[in-house]
Each structure stands twice: as structure tokens, then as C-alpha cells.
Design a protein. Structure first.
Length: 102
């Protein structure tokens, strides 16, 4: 798999959300957006379709993060080494499991 040019942008190391079109043997979105409110750090790129999406030779990166209360957020950019995405609860289908409230 190939990655985008900027190595400082954290990769999505793991996604265990089975209902996302971008997740087939790993996340194949070009980049994800982390968003959310009420304490949840949702993957805003989650797409619940029966169609595979994304690019086959891409390891997804974190394109943007609007969770300004996360310890890994600096100027709306993620500074974590990498992120893990997993199932959320309630109406939060996919969450950034690397999110840590600061």
C-alpha cells in the first residue's frame, strides 16, 4: 500500500467498523475527518453503503480533526502517531479510539 506524501500526517492504523464502505481489509479512504460532539469523536468519513469505496492502494490518513478538546489536536490537525477507528455506541457508528479529552 502507498501513503500520501506528508509523513507527519497520522495514518489510520486500524479500523474495526464493519459497516463502513471504506473499510475492507483496512481503511481505504484517502483521508478521514474526525468530528463529533457531546464527548464523541466520530469518524465523519463513515459511509454505510454496501458498495466498497476508496482507493485500493491507499493507507488512510487523518485529514482534519474538529475535536479541539483532544490532546492530539493542534490547529485542527491530529498530532497522534496514528489513530484507531472502531464502533461507537448509540448514533455514533464509528469513533476515533485514539481521542483523549484534554
Amino acid at each position: 500500500m502507498t501513503t500520501m506524501e506528508n509523513p507527519a500526517v497520522p495514518a489510520v492504523h486500524e479500523c474495526t467498523v464493519s459497516g463502513c464502505s471504506y473499510n475492507h481489509d483496512g481503511c481505504h479512504a484517502f483521508a478521514i475527518t474526525v468530528r463529533g460532539d457531546n464527548g464523541a469523536a466520530d469518524c465523519g468519513t463513515f459511509v454505510p453503503l454496501n458498495t466498497k469505496g476508496g482507493l485500493e492502494k491507499v493507507v488512510a490518513k487523518v485529514g482534519a480533526c474538529s475535536r479541539t478538546d483532544c490532546v492530539h489536536n493542534a490547529s485542527l490537525e491530529c498530532t497522534a502517531q496514528g489513530v484507531r477507528i472502531g464502533p461507537g455506541s448509540g448514533d455514533h457508528a464509528a469513533n476515533c479510539l485514539t481521542y483523549q479529552r484534554g
